[in-house]
Design a protein around this ligand. Sequence first.
Ligand SMILES: *Cc1c(COP(=O)(O)O)cnc(C)c1O
Length: 371
Amino acid sequence: MADTKDIKPRTLMGPGPSDVNPRVLEAMARPTIGHLDGQFLEILNDIRDMLQAIFQTKNKLTLAVSGTGSAGMETCVVNLIEPGDKMLVCVNGVFGKRMTDVAERAGAEVATIDVPWGRVFTAEQVERAMKRSGPFKVVGIVHAETSTGAAQPIEPISRVVHEAGALLLVDTVTSLGGMEVDVDGWQIDACYSGTQKCLSCPPGLAPVSFSSAAEEVLSNRKTKVRSWYLDMNMVRKYWGSERLYHHTAPINMNYALHEALRIVLEEGLEPRWKRHLAQHRALKAGLEEMGISYIADPAHQLPMLNAVMAPDGVDEAVVRKRLLSDYAIEIGGGLGDFKGKAWRIGLMGESATERHVNAVLTALKEVLAQT
Ligand SMILES: *Cc1c(COP(=O)(O)O)cnc(C)c1O
């Protein structure tokens, strides 16, 4: 039988999870206490305050959902959508596609717009789609598309979405903690993230935030939320002052997130975004020197997720396996349209350092020279 004591550490440079600071792992090992214990409730209050700071929002309904980033996606969708509601989803990669699937399961009447993978949406494209097949209750879009490495500008989309009277739902799983996310400034109505990307905490919780407009929609639903577990009308009574039992919060995961958020705020948001950008530029320069090119168009490349084409004639999976077995470095392979053709190199949170960039460039050079 395997023993967790034997697990060898890795350098995590894939699409998540990212390297975790030992402070976070130590926090996870603190004593498990009750979910209504005053000491734990203080932890939850801190998490809400720190998430508000990192999301840059005053939204009262800001908390960490029990579950990974996908649970955050599902939470935002099922709480805003009632069966028969119309939702527009912008699809330029795997996670837009996933949002479409989640919305259909929630009973939404879903319309999609697509642009080629690696590209982003213009406000005009979204506006045209809303005129053509609207009105929509909710428009969903991915800020940082982890499958392609494309960075979607949110502000211009927000303007046209609100002019049309719809709510804006944004996936910030990969962006939060690694580049600017301004929930209030960009007037995002519902937003979700995950712990395992640029927050550098193990997977397990999903930060979410709902605007007052979204909260109103939630309070005035005619039907019950189609997920008992993710029903924010109930969950918010535990995170709020009522402290009403709904489900037992994952105590030690919340310790971990608490410590991870402290680390983010100790560094400061802007220095952290700058660090991600600087390491991305260093990696990009090194990869381009090796003749390796990016998937996303140059004006919209994510700092924390570098999706690049494997050189012609190179078996990308073999290279990835060698990186893991000989260098203990994990990078990701391509997804969807790019399966078998691309690598996804993450520079997320604790993994966005000069040491990581140099390690992966050196290892790639050596492995490619031998194949
Ligand atoms: C990773 C990711 C998700 C899903 O998060 P999980 O933690 O894997 O459930 C959703 N959206 C984006 C953009 C992601 O990168």
